[in-house]
Design a protein around this ligand. Structure first.
Ligand code: MEV
Length: 318
């Protein structure tokens, strides 16, 4: 029996995290160098309905029915069954391998959902279009995050730079020339659900202050979009750092993130910020070709637990 495989990339939020939950626009790009792969293979010898799941990255080796119905992987399989109106699956093996670290702000949960939805729907003979894949992954994100904006499932499904705003059609951003991001890991995991909830509590306590910050972030995203489309990397860098300062005011940075951001700026990066939920996870620095080694060295000295170099490809380049 043939195996059906699908993969999904990691993601980086360039600008607008947290404010995007409150209706502001945000910009995100895929990180194609780190991926989650899902492989579905039929097992005709086994009892129909028996679904075996292995996900070594999260230490999972189980039969689907034995998982809690709220378990995110069971949830996503059930979403596909419901979407395709298949009450009982044929016996199958689902194997998920992920290079995307969990709790690092790199979209691991959305990547698992997208890869599983694609591989399973293809195995069942009904590969789903992007719009549907993203919508189902959004439903699954709700189990992980409670109140997700929808940006992670969107950028990971479309695998293109996107401008995302709740309730508006997805907008793919055309970037004229490639640029390089250095992604620095604090080594501290942080759950997006917790940081989103912390911001919600703070917003409830002081809505005026928080909404003013969200507005400033939204305006900055608009400027960054224009800079990206014009290939103005110095402008993009300025907006990145300005966004980090506003995220500090939202109280979602951490000493480790701040240290890596300052280390990148000191080494000549065009701009730097935390990316994703914050209070741990990863930060990003935008560099010109000649600055890469200095920024990587500076991040290592500042204690980065891991460093990844990711090139965002220009729209007209191969
Ligand atoms: C997570 O990648 C980005 C947040 O804005 C949460 C969300 O948009 O769902 C922190």
């Amino acid at each position: 029996m043939p195996a059906f495989t699908a993969s999904a990339p990691g993601k980086i939020i360039l600008a607008g995290e947290h404010a995007v939950v409150y209706g502001q626009p945000a910009l995100a790009v895929p990180v194609p160098g780190i991926r989650t792969r899902a492989v579905v293979q039929g097992k005709p010898g086994r009892k129909s309905g028996e679904v075996a799941i292995q996900a070594p990255a999260v230490d999972l080796d189980h039969v689907l029915d034995e998982l809690d119905p709220e378990h995110p992987i069971r949830w996503v399989v059930d979403l596909v069954k419901k979407e395709l109106d298949i009450p009982r699956l044929p016996a199958l093996n689902l194997r998920i391998n992920s290079e995307i670290p969990v709790g690092a702000g790199l979209g691991s949960s959305a990547a698992v959902s997208v890869a599983v939805i694609r591989a399973l729907s293809a195995f069942l003979g009904h590969p789903l279009p992007d719009e549907k894949v993203s919508a189902l992954a959004y439903q699954a994100e709700k189990v992980h995050h409670g109140n997700p904006s929808g940006i992670d499932n969107t950028v990971i499904t479309y695998q293109q730079p996107v401008l995302y705003q709740k309730g508006s059609p997805v907008r793919i951003i055309q970037i004229p020339a490639s640029f390089t991001l250095i992604i620095g890991d604090t080594g501290k995991t942080s759950l997006t659900s917790e940081t989103v909830e912390a911001v919600r509590q703070a917003w409830k306590e002081d809505p005026e202050r928080y909404e003013a910050l969200f507005d400033q972030i939204g305006a900055l995203v608009g400027t960054m979009q224009r800079d990206l489309e014009n290939g103005d990397l110095a402008g993009v860098g300025q907006q990145l750092t300005a966004n980090h300062r506003l995220l500090q005011e939202l109280d979602v940075s951490s000493p480790e993130l701040d240290r890596l951001v300052e280390a990148s700026l000191d080494a000549g990066a065009l701009g730097a910020k935390l990316s994703g939920g914050g209070r741990g996870g990863n930060m990003i620095a935008l560099v010109r070709a000649g600055q890469q080694d200095a920024v990587v060295g500076s991040l290592q000295e500042a204690g980065a637990a891991g460093i990844l170099v990711s090139v965002v490809r220009g729209s007209t380049e191969d």
